[in-house]
Design a protein around this ligand. Structure first.
Ligand code: SAM
Length: 291
């Protein structure tokens, strides 16, 4: 296997370098994929030049994406929709909740799913759980049809790539209308909303799109070390009830009730980013890495 140094361009004049061993590379019909082995982070998935996750710290992202919306409500969560998430980390965390009876996962790229199952099987073993329905397709198209059919979900997780490449359809206005239509009365949607430091327009843009269709929008954060900074999750609720106060005492590798509450305390500069954002409705096409 070849060892070499690979750099991820994170922002203007700023990159992260990793010593890697290439395990797999493919240009799929939708995106370019690397799967690396790295001495420090373990195995890593890279799509269109952007590190998606590593075995070393994916649990931070997946635990905070999943347990905050599920435990941030008094109501039990029975049905969950995941858009994206080919690595299965979000699915793994959803399946830890016994109240969950049904999970639909809509992933665009079969090749990424196949490679993750082969090269990163430790991240998720939940694919064969009888509660799970896996659909290969575009999340926007699925959402449109689901809204037309009157489907309802208690939690919707948007675990997609950033607004570059195939995920752009998931940042368009109609998609958010379909999301709102498919949330149950106490439903919650959460979207990974990038790194405010290197993609400063994504988080405020996502907030605006949810504010167009839902009564309460919140931001919380998680320190995903391999990204080099804290990342933003934007959450919105159908009934306008906030997510800050967790029920129960779930303890994960990262998640715990204290971290849940603290995640909603934002740095001053994030608040200023939100206040100063001028919404032109245009998707912030962050072209950090296009191979
Ligand atoms: N869970 C990872 C993490 O910890 O950051 C990152 C998310 S996951 C790898 C991103 C997934 O979104 C990819 O598998 C990609 O194929 C999928 N995706 C991108 N655009 C999509 C779309 N329009 N519909 C459904 N899935 C999409």
């Amino acid at each position: 296997m070849t060892h070499y140094w690979w750099s991820e361009r994170v922002g203007p004049g700023f990159s992260h370098s990793y010593e890697v061993e290439l395990l797999y590379e493919e240009r799929t019909p939708f995106q370019h994929m690397f799967i690396f082995n790295t001495p420090f982070w373990g195995r890593a998935l890279v799509l269109d030049g952007v590190i998606q996750l590593t075995e070393g710290d994916e649990y931070v992202y997946h635990e905070m994406m999943v347990h905050v919306p599920i435990l941030g409500r008094d109501q039990q969560v029975r049905s969950v929709l995941i858009i994206g998430g080919a690595d299965g980390g979000a699915l793994r965390e959803v399946l830890t909740h016994e109240s969950v009876e049904r999970v639909v996962q809509v992933e665009l790229d079969k090749a990424v799913l196949k490679a993750c199952r082969k090269y990163m099987p430790e991240i998720c073993r939940g694919w064969d759980d009888p509660r799970v329905q896996l659909i290969i397709g575009d999340g926007a198209g699925y959402m449109k049809e689901a809204a037309r059919r009157g489907e309802q979900f208690d939690v919707i997780l948007l675990d997609s790539t950033d607004p570059i490449g195939p995920a752009i359809s998931l940042f368009e206005r109609p998609f958010h209308e379909d999301i709102a239509a498919c949330l149950s009365d106490h439903g919650v949607v959460v979207r990974q909303s990038g790194l405010p430091r290197t993609m400063p327009k994504v988080m405020p843009f996502v907030m605006k799109r949810f504010e167009d269709v839902l009564p309460l929008v919140q931001v919380y954060r998680a320190p995903v070390s391999v990204y080099g900074d804290e990342m933003a999750f934007v959450a919105a609720t159908k009934d306008g009830v906030a997510l800050n106060n967790p029920r129960g005492d779930h303890i994960g590798k990262f998640y715990n009730p204290g971290c849940h509450r603290a995640a909603f305390e934002l740095p001053t500069w994030w608040n200023k980013l939100i206040e100063s954002y001028e919404d032109d409705g245009q998707i912030p096409l962050e072209t950090i890495n296009i191979l």
